[in-house]
Structures are given as C-alpha cells and as structure tokens.
Design a protein. Structure first.
Length: 202
C-alpha cells in the first residue's frame, strides 16, 4: 500500500478510499471470480448455524452471493441490510437469489418483510463490507456511516468480520473516536483471521 502521508482522520481516510477503490477497479474479472469462489468456500467454514447478518457484494467488492448460499447450506439463517435514510440499517431475510431485488446505491436487498434495526442483535456472526481493515481491527468503509450506527446494537459476543481482499488487510489505518473495531477479517487466501493478535480464529 502506497499511502504513507500523515493527515487528519477524515482526510487520511479519503486518500485511502481513493487508492483502494482504484486498486479494486484494476482487479481482473478472472481474479475477482477466483476470489469470490475462495470467499464462498471460506464462508462455508465459519461454523454459523444461527442468525448471520451479511450483505450482497456488488461492483468490485470481493465475494459474491455464493457466500450467502454457503452460509445457508451450513445451517445459518441470513439477514441482509435494507437501506433507508442515514441511520442504523434495517434487515430482511435472504432465502435465495430469487429473493433479491435492486435497491438504492446499486445494492441488492431482500424482497420480504423488513425487520427493524435492533434485529442485528440476533446475529452471532456479522459479515461487514470494508475497503480495508488493519491488524488492530480498524475498518475502513465507504464513509456513509451506516455500519458505525448499526453495529453498536450488535451482541457483545457477536463475531464482527470484515470481508476484504488479501492485500486489503493492512498494518494500520486512520482511526477516529466514533469508529467501531471488528475482531476478524475474512480474505480469499487467508480465510478467517483474528485481528488484534496473531492467532487464527477457531
């Protein structure tokens, strides 16, 4: 990663976002497809048999809906975010590819009943989109703040997992007081990795 300039928090995040989005845009379709296959296999090994909050990767985000199908095949019930005005995310249950529709920001969302934001508290595992995450658990999102507002309602023992490409797990990202750290990263080659330490999560 080439960003080394020290800047105040939001300016530094803007520089990181620009760099990371450019790098994602340069990933070939073949590499993206191979990473999606690997992430689906890794998701299937997460031992999730209860409620899971996840999301549908779009555009150049790593992964694919196959991650969701792998979670369901392992016995999980999968909730996906439903966007609205700025604030905590609402949720809907994913029951397969046919249950998705196009929504705001180019996202795919469930067509069924919309569940209120506190529903995130059901989940034992939460897969979180990220542009990058560092080894301390500091996550860099796109800046809209939806997840920062949402994850405060998660269970204290929920596993918060940032899904990133392998080179998006970095040593250090800029952090601000309102940022919520995650405990794990899921990458195509590395699988599930514990953050804030050196161990691989069980």
């Amino acid at each position: 990663m080439v960003i080394t300039v020290e800047m105040p928090g939001e300016r530094a995040k803007h520089a990181w976002r620009a760099e990371l989005l450019a790098r994602r845009a340069a990933v070939s379709a073949t590499d993206r497809a191979n990473e999606a296959i690997a992430l689906a296999a890794a998701a299937g090994c997460l031992d999730a048999r209860a409620w899971v909050c996840a999301y549908v990767p779009v555009d150049a985000e790593p992964g694919s809906p196959a991650m969701l199908d792998a979670l369901r095949a392992g016995g999980a019930r999968v909730l996906l975010p439903v966007t609205g005005p700025p604030g905590p995310l609402s949720w809907g249950e994913y029951t397969g590819p046919d249950s998705l529709r196009r929504a705001r920001f180019g996202l795919l969302e469930p067509t069924g009943a919309v569940l209120p934001p506190p529903t995130v508290g059901r989940a034992e595992l939460i897969l979180v989109p990220a542009l990058a995450v560092d080894r301390r658990g500091v996550r860099l999102g796109r800046g809209a703040g939806y997840y920062d507002r949402t994850l405060s309602a998660a269970r204290a023992d929920a596993r918060l997992v940032a899904v990133v490409r392998d080179d998006e797990l970095v040593d250090r990202l800029p952090e601000e007081p309102h940022d919520l750290r995650v405990g794990w990263a899921l990458t195509p080659r590395g699988g599930l990795r514990r953050l804030g330490g050196n161990s691989i999560a069980e």
